[in-house]
Write a protein that binds this ligand. Structure first.
Ligand SMILES: N[C@@H](CCC(=O)N[C@@H](CS)C(=O)NCC(=O)O)C(=O)O
Length: 202
């Protein structure tokens, strides 16, 4: 399987984490943002929105990180998607929470502090409020289950990871302190060897 992406990209990292968790071999091709390769051919034919990641699996081409992760897990018979209908539905619920309620506000801090895309005070205040709301809801869940969607590590955990990792290296990490179950979950899942491999920390 060929993976086209950037090692620092949150979306690429979801795919790399899924590959590492499922022990799936792959060949990585850097799409160099600095050279604008993501907005040029041949990458535009792989990902028409000019973003990463994209894959080519023996001629089968697709993009969108969460969809790619589901494909990889199903292809190799991985354990990242529960076979039980209701457990799987809960996993999908938490992936939707990640997309709809967590990642947007979290990324405001990442843009502001890491990527130097400065956000105004009102934007950061709104992001703080939204993130605190999401963290409170995650805290309740993680007080009763070891992983975000239940008893096992799933794609839902993976989907949160790249964003939390970046937020934790900004002053917004303090927003997580009042949520001990979220912190314990993050400390546990970020210690996985697969995460270290996916992020080049191994
Ligand atoms: N929904 C897409 C989003 C992809 C995306 O936003 N990728 C970012 C890197 S994490 C990117 O390529 N940004 C460059 C750009 O949008 O110009 C996915 O999950 O794959």
């Amino acid at each position: 399987m060929k993976v086209y992406g950037h090692p620092m990209s949150t979306c690429t990292r979801k795919v790399l984490m899924t590959l590492a968790e499922t022990n799936t071999p792959y060949e990585f091709t850097l799409v160099d943002f600095a050279k604008g390769e993501h907005k040029q051919e041949p990458h535009m034919s792989r990902q028409p929105f000019g973003q990463v990641p994209a894959i080519d699996d023996d001629g089968f081409k697709m993009y969108e990180s969460r969809a790619i992760s589901r494909y990889i897990n199903e292809k190799v018979g991985g354990a990242l998607i529960p076979s039980d209908l209701r457990a799987r539905a809960v996993m999908e619920q938490w992936i939707s929470v990640e997309i709809a309620n967590f990642t947007g506000p979290a990324m405001k801090f990442v843009y502001h502090y890491i990527f130097q895309r400065k956000q105004d005070d009102a934007t950061l205040a709104a992001a703080t409020e939204s993130l605190q709301k999401a963290l409170g809801i995650m805290e309740k869940q993680l007080g009763s289950t070891p992983f975000i969607a239940g008893e096992t590590f799933t794609l839902a955990d993976i989907c949160f990871m790249p964003y939390i990792d970046y937020v934790m290296s900004t002053p917004a990490k303090e927003l997580f302190t009042p949520y001990p179950h979220v912190m314990a979950w993050w400390n546990k899942i970020s210690e996985r060897g697969s995460w270290k491999k996916a992020t080049g920390k191994a």
